[in-house]
Write a protein that binds this ligand. Structure first.
Ligand SMILES: Cc1ncc(COP(=O)(O)O)c(C=O)c1O
Length: 437
């Protein structure tokens, strides 16, 4: 669609016609986007460290994704998998079953979004176990539908005023080592935050009433909180002991974001069900629920599905994304990208006292900003200012964390060296400006 309106005019129109609850991180309207760069209406180039909130791992408009979409659109766009089946759905399911962690038979169903993938995983776990309860974690984010909002561990803005919430959901503390909820230190803590699940059963919900534990391997919206190596093996062992389905929400951390196709592979754990969305569709709405065959195949005929779920155009895009990541070698190059990001962030920590923590896995890295490294008071206002300053200088960033004091790196994995350096140079110059305030 071509337009003669400028950014300010469309912004005015946006404010008249679209509710403010539908939030915006920047005031930019985009004319086009390729790789790791977005071009605004006024021609300004923006380096993209947000990647459409983790959707553009293979980059904006990757040529292979665009070609697959165009080819599919020319054939057929929608017939509904429940009415007349098509091969791309089956092909993509088979690929994910083969690639997902775990040396056991798996099945996959598709959804339109990450939240819908979570909803379906919970439905499947409840049906298969005959139990009602679901345990999630503080700081976790699982979506904006009633159930997924309930599971989410941050009140403002996600839950505030939107209750009553879904029943039989519980939340326990997470392995947030920088701000340990138990006041302990790794490794002398013995990762007792994982063992705590057994204590949690005593005061909150019985294990034999618990269908599933749902967890992000690296918390996305929670601020890229990354548990130590022992955490998930311990958590999974407890789940196994009690017949609880272990659901791994990789909606943000999956599809190569951490340097591996599946983030949980860093912990050597094979979940019972793994969830993907965001980057799976290369920019089109697509989510996946992949899990043990005996769980996935348990619900009755007609119990799972959706009109648009696993749309053929989205599935073709998903197949192209997987090809780019695995066969074209993008995944192999992400390890080096992760090392480069960590080096730049460590360098910033050495220069600026406001950075309290540098953490993450592979290219999924973050800095947590604090007013004082001793007291760790969150520098939430400063983070907001930093994001705005960066935007004004041509770098798009999105904050995270329960205190809004974390800056995360979600840049497309295809980012060029020049774009990478430009992005980090802008971030460094803005931190310098911020420290002079
Ligand atoms: C870990 C995680 N799960 C679920 C969701 C929800 O996905 P969607 O926004 O596609 O519904 C998100 C979105 O940010 C997420 O980060």
């Amino acid at each position: 669609m071509s337009t003669t309106k400028d950014n300010a005019a469309i912004l005015q129109m946006r404010n008249r016609n679209i509710p403010k609850g539908v939030f915006n991180v920047t005031s930019a309207f985009i004319r086009e986007a390729r790789g790791a760069v977005m071009v605004a209406m006024d021609g300004r180039e923006l380096i993209d460290f947000a990647g459409g909130i983790g959707v553009n791992n293979v980059g904006h408009a990757h040529p292979k994704v665009v070609a697959a979409i165009k080819d599919q659109v020319d054939r057929y766009i929608h017939c509904c998998f429940h009415v007349a089946m098509y091969e791309p759905y089956v092909e993509l399911a088979a690929k994910l079953n083969e690639l997902a962690p775990g040396d056991f038979p798996k099945m996959t169903m598709f959804t339109n979004s990450g939240a819908e993938a979570v909803e379906n995983a919970v439905k499947i776990a409840r049906h298969a176990t005959g139990r009602p309860a679901v345990i999630a974690f503080d700081g976790g984010f699982h979506g904006r539908t009633l159930l997924t909002m309930t599971l989410t561990g941050k009140v403002k803005p996600y839950k505030y005023g939107f209750g009553p919430f879904a029943p039989e959901t519980y939340r326990m503390p997470y392995a947030y080592c920088y701000r340990c909820p138990f006041g302990l230190k790794y490794p002398s803590c013995g990762v007792s935050c994982a063992d705590y699940l057994e204590t949690f059963f005593v005061g909150n919900v019985a294990p034999e009433q618990t269908a599933a534990v749902i967890v992000e391997p690296v918390q996305g919206e929670g601020g890229f909180v990354t548990p130590p190596p022992e955490y998930f093996p311990k958590l999974q062992a407890i789940c196994r002991r009690h017949g609880i389905v272990f659901i791994d929400d990789e909606v943000q951390s999956g599809m190569g974001r951490t340097g591996k196709l599946f983030a949980i592979d860093h912990w050597g754990v094979a979940p019972d069900i793994v969830l993907l969305a965001k980057s799976l569709g290369g920019g089109l709405p697509l989510g996946a629920v992949t899990g043990r065959t005996e769980l996935m195949d348990e619900p009755h005929v007609g119990g799972l599905g959706g009109t648009f779920s696993g749309n053929p155009v989205c599935c073709r895009a998903g197949l192209a994304v997987l090809e780019v990541l695995t066969e074209d070698g993008l995944l192999m190059r992400t390890e080096a990208l992760g090392v480069k990001i960590r080096a730049r962030l460590e360098e910033l920590r050495n220069r600026f006292g406001i950075i309290g923590d540098v953490r993450g896995k592979g290219p999924m890295m973050a800095i947590e900003l604090v007013r004082d490294r001793e007291t760790k008071v969150p520098a939430s206002e400063e983070t907001k200012k930093l994001v705005q300053l960066c935007y004004e200088r041509g770098l798009v960033l999105i904050p995270a964390g329960n205190f809004g004091n974390v800056i995360r790196t979600l840049m497309p994995l295809v980012i060029t060296d020049k774009q990478f350096d430009r992005g980090f140079d802008i971030l460094a110059s803005c931190m310098e400006t911020l420290s002079a305030f």
